[in-house]
Design a protein. Structure first.
Length: 165
């Protein structure tokens, strides 16, 4: 995520939260592929990934409390999160058929939309589209945007009834 400034001293809160979201998506992916538990994944990411230089790539710093809340929340509320994403995806494409990184992005975004009402829905959608751009260049970005937008309109309709500020 070059150009985000996430590795500079004095990174602002928005950049730190974007780093947390990216780390959550990576941790969810690693947990699914490697069969790790949430406590092990949190410890590993905090010790060896977040804000570190890994294979000559400087990984973004992250707001650790936000990272922990999102990762722990996705795992704790996974049944509800998966059900809401399944209901939002196109018929015939359950979440289990979606590619693993896309699945991680959708889970994290759905959790934040459903349980972190302190973050505006449009900001959540924008942030996870930005995370998606770190992994993809094609149609996955549009699909993630569409699914999270539809989900946001379902779970936070009040934010979409009022004109955008």
């Amino acid at each position: 995520m070059s150009g985000s400034g996430a590795g500079r001293p004095g990174s602002n809160r928005a950049e730190m939260r974007r780093g947390a979201r990216l780390s959550v998506v990576q941790a969810l992916y690693e947990m699914e592929i490697g069969g790790r538990g949430v406590v092990e994944a949190m410890a590993e990411f905090e010790a060896f990934w977040i804000g570190k230089l890994v294979e000559d790539i400087e990984l973004p710093k992250a707001e650790i409390a936000f990272f922990r809340d999102l990762l722990g929340g996705v795992v704790r509320e996974q049944r509800l999160v998966d059900r809401s994403v399944d209901e939002t995806l196109a018929a015939g494409w359950p979440l289990k058929r979606v590619e693993a990184v896309v699945r991680a992005i959708l889970r994290a975004g759905a959790y934040e939309l459903s349980f972190r009402k302190d973050v505006p829905a449009r900001a959540v959608i924008s942030e996870y589209v930005a995370v998606a751009r770190a992994f993809y260049e094609g149609e996955e970005i549009g699909m993630i945007n569409a699914v999270l937008d539809k989900l946001a309109r379902d779970v936070r309709s009040d934010e979409f009834d009022a004109p955008a500020a």
